[in-house]
Design a protein around this ligand. Sequence first.
Ligand code: PAF
Length: 288
Amino acid sequence: MLARTRLGLAAARPGLAAPVVLVPTMGALHAGHRAPLRRAREMAGGHGSVVVSVFVNPLQFGPGEDLARYPRTLSEDIALCAQEGAALIFAPAPREMYPREQRVTVSPGPMGETLEGAFRPGFFGGVLTVVLKLFCMVRPDAAVFGEKDAQQLALIAAMAQDLDLGVQVVGVPTVRDSDGLAASSRNSYLSAPERATALRIPQALKAGERAASGGPGAVLRAATSVLAEAERAEPALRPDYLELVDPAGFEPVSPGYVGEALLLVAARVGATRLIDNMRVAIPPRPGD
Ligand code: PAF
């Protein structure tokens, strides 16, 4: 079933058997979206319902970003959602979501000011606002998001907890293409040579992960050296950041840190900006 309006959604909602599991997306669905859809289907069980929202949210795009050229492929998205057992697709037009200027928005707090928040001012406020609106409209029991957008996932989970939304927020591991590149709708922008350069992103993360026994400094040095090589490639990679953070607060870890950390990269190749991350377990080191 497809709902293009709030009224359509409101009419369909009472017919959705519980539990209702929402997968918020911006559409242009690809292999990477099948994992959250399948997870949602599992969580909904034999009787529950999966709802997929498809909405390219203008509130989370800054001036000069790719709002106009972001791929829009609704017919294909509907087919993929049907294959994955979704009961309802909610695909509103911008004026349905924002019938008037949005006066009140969600503030992401300090965890939203670093990394993506620093490079994309207003991004997390836009994401949290649309996700909160979707939660209010769809009233899901749970919602599933990809771990590729790790900081986004952490902020949505924090919003659900801090604002007592009563929605369980679940993350699913990043899906990678066979060459290692994290699946993303923005990969469709890449030319073949740009993609070859972009592959240095997961390679840098892997190099960092392999250096974990040497501690945070070694992780960052290993990943930096792969990125530095890619900065000399043609076309060149232009990193925005490479950080090793504590997954609870997205603060850079101290040199003596032990435990689970997240190695995060954002970088541009040509006109495309990509993000990726990898969990790195930092073991205790002799002498610590
Ligand atoms: O990750 C995305 O696709 C978007 O940021 C989301 C969560 C659907 C909000 O627009």
